[in-house]
Design a protein around this ligand. Structure first.
Ligand SMILES: [Mg+2]
Length: 379
């Protein structure tokens, strides 16, 4: 129910902005090697700020790599005004309201990824208003979470460069290293072998094929990689190949991880129902925000599946802290320029910020990357 305008938690206004944040240098994974994508040089981020009558404001964001950022922004601009006059505390109901408002364009992809920014902003506002970090509001299990570095292991980097960067990363407190594979198979194995030899036994190493192996290649290379004591093999197959993942998981001892490219909780649920993963990697933003993420993460835990969320470290550190069975968060610094704050690493783990909400404020420099913005409702 919409509340009277005098209620402190009524939504009064919304600001919505699209940023294009450049990476220090373009990176490539197996999708680029396969000729399906160009190297990634920037990330589009839609930031929404939801203000309520009591003067509290919540910040949420969504992102797109390569195409899609302007579509996210346009969609946010259209559905955002539906929150004005609503009670910001009714997060579950408002998630449904925004979903149904755009039912014609579906329940996954851009439609829910735009919704995610609002869902996150409403959670952030609630935690800020309560004066506590988001993890504490949701119900935390731990104040630090295991963390691994993805930024050092792209296919576009020579293995000597990967090793040197991995050593620096571990020395500053990272708990593991992810190496991209899915290039030339013999080269893949040689790179994994070189990294294991350089870092030594006991250091957590994951590999990520970014969906570019077929089933036979995944079986064959998976067997060859068994010797390297990997934490997991990520996206060995097409993101939607549920049966293929289930069969591969039954064949290999190395745990199988996937889920980042799925854009609804329903798609992730299919992998859980089919016993197709050891490690589920939902991306709260890609599936529509914290509301659907918690649903699917709780189901995974109930089914004894580890949850290791994808990307958006600033958000996922809070969500991973709330998971009974500890997973991992993925370290990316790509969104850092947008925010004033930085996450802290300690003993292989990232510290859950103790500031209220997500603990994020837009940086003074963020306006350098501003593409478009709107105050809602417009006019
Ligand atoms: Mg990945």
């Amino acid at each position: 129910m919409a509340v009277a305008t005098r209620s402190p938690s009524v939504v009064t206004k919304i600001h919505c902005a699209l940023y294009r944040v450049p990476l220090a240098e373009p990176v490539s994974d197996a999708k680029v090697h396969a000729g399906r994508q160009r190297p990634l040089g920037d990330v589009d981020v839609v930031v929404v700020r939801v203000a309520t009558a009591d003067g509290t404001e919540g910040l949420g964001f969504s992102y797109s790599k390569r195409a899609g950022g302007p579509a996210l922004f346009a969609h946010a601009r259209q559905i955002g005004p539906l929150l004005v006059g609503e009670d910001a505390l009714d997060i579950g109901r408002l998630w449904e309201k925004l979903l149904w408002a755009a039912a014609s364009v579906g329940r996954q992809g851009v439609a829910v990824q735009s919704l995610a920014a609002f869902d996150i902003a409403l959670h952030d506002r609630k935690a800020r208003q309560a004066g506590m970090p988001l993890a504490k509001l949701l119900g935390s299990h731990r104040d630090t979470v295991r963390c691994y570095d993805t930024t050092v292991g792209f296919l576009s980097s020579k293995i000597e460069t990967v090793i040197a960067a991995s050593e620096r990363s571990l020395a500053r407190g990272m708990g593991g290293i992810k190496l991209k594979v899915g290039g030339e198979p013999r080269e893949d194995v040689a790179r994994v072998s070189a990294l294991r030899k350089a870092l030594g036994d006991g250091v957590a190493i994951m590999v990520d094929a970014n969906q570019q192996w077929d089933r036979a290649t995944a079986r064959r290379l998976g067997r060859r990689l068994e010797d390297y004591d990997l934490v997991w093999i990520e996206e060995p197959l097409d993101a939607y190949d549920v049966k293929g993942h289930a069969a591969l998981r039954a064949t290999l001892d190395t745990p199988i991880a996937t889920g980042e490219m799925l854009s609804s909780a329903t798609d992730l649920r299919r992998f859980l129902e089919a016993d197709a993963v050891d490690v589920l990697q939902p991306d709260a933003i890609r599936i529509g925000g914290i509301t659907p993420y918690r649903r699917v993460a709780d189901l995974a835990d109930e089914l004894n599946v580890t949850v290791a969320p994808h990307f958006a470290t600033q958000l996922h550190v809070h969500l991973a802290a709330c998971q009974p069975r500890e997973g991992w968060v993925e370290w990316f610094d790509w969104l850092d320029p947008l925010f004033e704050e930085r996450l802290t690493l300690r003993d292989g783990r990232v510290v859950v910020p103790d500031r209220p909400g997500l603990g994020l404020t837009l940086s003074a420099r963020s306006r350098e990357w501003l593409v478009d913005s709107a105050d809602l409702p417009e006019g």
